[in-house]
Design a protein around this ligand. Structure first.
Ligand code: FRU
Length: 489
């Protein structure tokens, strides 16, 4: 489908009431609307933006194109929550279309200053010759929740040495000053992140590139984020253009991090370890973090990827955000666990316990479309064991541990309506452990799997039939004990 510029850059107020009504009906008739994930009312959602705790509430915005499921004129849509579990739709946060964001209010971040929430974002603009000119802009939210855009960009030019792929400012405060990282592309066509400094969030000076030692690591780094945990520095970013390597880098674009000594803000030097992927699943991109009032580092990501079609496109909407995860560091690795507040979502509990021996078994009451499931496997001599969920006559999503290869495997080849298979239907990662614990958050069209308390996470959309509600536990080539608890959500 080739889209005209007029179609791509349509604003919400250009749609007639009838068109919007029709769009809402189309969305309402979709079987795959989520029940507890943040999803757009209609249109396309992508990156989380402006995630911050302000005036007693978490504010979380996302990239939103209302009038299609392609990447068009991006708005910031605003949601908020008091507990990170239940979210309320607030409405449009930042509306694009002014000279500093004429072709979209692209991604950015939020930080509280002097009782107001400062939102720094990229204004995507195109000039008469259709040349892209990115501006870094500010919008400020006051206590009444009113958001006011500043007309003047706070960073109006791309420094020498970088192309117009220059976006996604993430701001933080350290030693009484503000810093930000911006995703960039060098003029030689390689990706990197650059750093700026400010006293007041309004006037910024360019410091230079975050000096990582990755001189040729993809053609563009999107959505960088930087924070410190246990006196270590963590740089998150999304490099585009990496080739698959074994089980790694299987998706179209990657999201990952490097841990090291805190960035030296005077020299921008960052001495770091290897780039590691945050998630092992099929649908995860553009993560953004924030800090809670009690000092936890929380991450939310887009449960989707750019340039890939999804089955709900025909229903007038696409994508959702992941659940919030708490990050901690262990031996240079980021461990991710569902935030404890997600327990507020738990309703009635059902449990089961069994020894499985070369068989596949279901338990009464253990089934559903929307639930949290914890299953712990131990005492295995089976070659392979695991679960099939959202299973029915034709569908099943299979999560297994293969003891021979010591790998966790997620197979969505039979997960229902097909999602583009160009990038395969199976994801694997190594895990050497006698005990295997799977914690799953299953919603109508997604699953987030935390393995061994967040050592690995697999995040994926799945599109099974509403009749596919079974959960089956299996052991092949021997036996395993299994203990399961399910909470309806
Ligand atoms: C990442 C991204 C960002 C950009 C935004 C536009 O998915 O491409 O780099 O700011 O999405 O929606």
């Amino acid at each position: 489908m080739t889209l005209s510029r007029e179609q791509k850059y349509r604003k919400l107020n250009q749609a007639s009431p009838e068109e919007l009504e029709q769009l809402k009906e189309q969305v309402a008739s979709c079987p795959w609307r989520q029940s507890y994930h943040i999803q757009p009312p209609f249109g396309l959602l992508n990156d989380p933006n402006g995630f911050a705790f302000y005036e007693g509430e978490y504010h979380l915005f996302y990239q939103w194109f209302p009038l299609g499921t392609f990447h068009g004129m991006k708005y910031w849509y605003h949601t908020k929550s008091t507990d990170l579990a239940h979210w309320e739709n607030v409405g449009i946060g930042i509306e694009p279309g002014d000279p500093q964001d004429s072709h979209g209010a692209y991604s950015g971040s939020g930080i509280v200053k002097d009782g107001e929430l400062y939102l720094m974002y990229t204004g995507n603009t195109r000039n008469e010759e259709w040349r892209r000119l990115p501006y870094q802009n500010l919008a400020i939210m006051n206590r009444e929740g009113k958001i006011t855009k500043r007309n003047e960009p706070v960073i109006a030019v791309v420094p020498d040495g970088y192309t117009d792929h220059f976006r996604d400012p993430k701001v933080w405060r350290a030693n009484g000053e503000y810093y930000c990282v911006i995703g960039a592309q060098r003029t030689n066509g390689t990706g990197c992140a650059v750093m700026y400094k400010s006293q007041d969030l309004l006037s910024w000076s360019f410091l230079g590139e975050v000096s990582t030692g990755l001189d040729d690591f993809g053609y563009m780094w999107e959505c960088p984020d930087y924070f410190e945990l246990n006196q270590q520095g963590v740089l998150l970013f999304c490099p585009q253009g990496l080739s698959p390597e074994g089980d790694r880098f299987q998706n179209i674009y990657q999201s990952g991090y490097m841990v090291g000594k805190p960035v030296d803000v005077r020299t921008q030097k960052f001495k770091h370890g290897l780039f590691q992927e945050l998630d092992r699943g099929f649908d995860f991109y553009a993560p953004q973090t924030t800090e809670t009032p009690d000092g936890r580092r929380i991450l939310v990501a887009w449960m989707g990827l750019p340039d890939v079609g999804y089955p709900t496109d025909h229903n007038g909407w696409a994508h959702c955000l992941t659940l919030p995860r708490e990050l901690t560091l262990r031996d240079g690795k980021v461990i991710q666990q569902p935030v404890r507040e997600l327990k507020h979502l738990r309703k009635e509990e059902v449990t089961a316990e069994a020894v499985l021996h070369n068989e596949t078994k279901s338990f009464s009451g253990l089934q559903g479309i929307s639930y949290e499931l914890i299953c712990e496997f131990a005492d295995a001599d089976a070659e392979c064991f695991g679960i099939e969920f959202r299973a029915g006559n034709a569908d099943k999503t299979v999560l297994a541990y293969d003891r021979n290869t010591k790998k966790v495997i997620l197979d969505r080849s039979l997960s229902g309506e097909t999602i583009v298979t160009d990038y395969g239907s199976e994801r694997r990662c190594s895990l050497d452990s006698e005990k295997i614990k799977f914690q799953l958050f299953v919603d109508t069209s997604s699953v987030e799997i935390f393995v061994n308390d967040g050592e690995e996470v697999f995040t994926s959309r799945i599109f099974p039939s509403m009749e596919s509600t079974e959960i089956r536990f299996f052991a092949q080539g021997g036996s395993v004990t299994c203990q399961a608890s399910l909470w309806k959500i």
